[in-house]
Write a protein that binds this ligand. Structure first.
Ligand code: OMP
Length: 213
């Protein structure tokens, strides 16, 4: 595990973005943990979050020309990542986002920000079964741009529609990498290392045995 991954897990757990308990997921699965990126809800938290995203993108070495934040949750994440890339990595990368509703006045269109072109890195929160992220590929294809990868906070490493993980399916289908700041694997290692969190390990491991890959 990289230092930034360890720091990110501590950051997410301390701020109760990553919680343990019983949660129903979008897929209907009952999970013993949940990651709610909406709780990075102050300027300071968002600034720190952006630095983790930027660090993960740079460490992965993926080449991209533009960041795309899918509405709604990807929008502040792409903005925070763009700021951190400029402030911390000397890279002033264009970014844009979509709106969910079509605008019929003013500048029109569903895209806001830099033109959606070149190699596009999608910035989002979590991938479980991979339903949400597929829409972004359609938007990128419709604009004639090329997907470069997906950057997310947490890869839950769960089976998607078949036996492979949702992320393996996406990687195979679209031919791009999915970069998680952390994955379930690192979360489990982290829980093993923290005496006060070890109580959550059995449920998380049982969940991985049932739905994991
Ligand atoms: P999929 O569309 O199944 O990949 O689920 C991704 C979405 O699930 C995210 O964009 C969230 O809305 C939600 N989610 C979380 O935010 N955190 C989690 O830990 C799990 C989920 C989820 O419902 O699977």
């Amino acid at each position: 595990m990289h230092d930034y991954q360890y720091d990110f897990l501590r950051f997410a757990i301390d701020n109760q973005v990553l919680k343990f308990g019983e949660f129903t997921l979008k897929s209907g699965r009952r999970s013993p943990y949940f990651f709610n990126a909406g709780l990075f809800n102050t300027g300071g938290l968002l600034a720190r979050l952006g630095r983790f995203y930027a660090e993960a993108a740079v460490t992965a070495g993926v080449e991209f020309d533009l960041l795309f934040g899918p509405a709604y949750k990807g929008i502040p994440l792409a903005a925070a990542t763009a700021i951190a890339l400029a402030d911390r990595h000397g890279r002033d990368v264009p970014w844009c986002f979509n709106r969910k509703e079509t605008k019929d006045h003013g500048e029109g269109g569903n895209l806001v920000g830099a033109p959606l072109q070149g190699r596009v890195l999608i910035v989002d929160d979590v991938i479980t079964a991979g339903t949400a992220v597929r829409e972004s590929f359609d938007i990128i294809a419709a604009a004639g741009a090329t997907p470069a990868g997906i950057l997310i906070s947490l890869d839950r490493q769960e089976r998607g529609r078949g036996e492979r993980s949702a992320i393996q399916e996406i990687e195979a289908e679209y031919g791009v990498p999915v970069i998680g700041i952390v994955a379930l694997e690192q979360l489990i290692d982290y829980l093993r290392d923290q005496p006060e969190l070890q109580q959550h390990l059995p449920a998380v491991e049982a969940y991985r045995a049932e739905y994991g890959v």
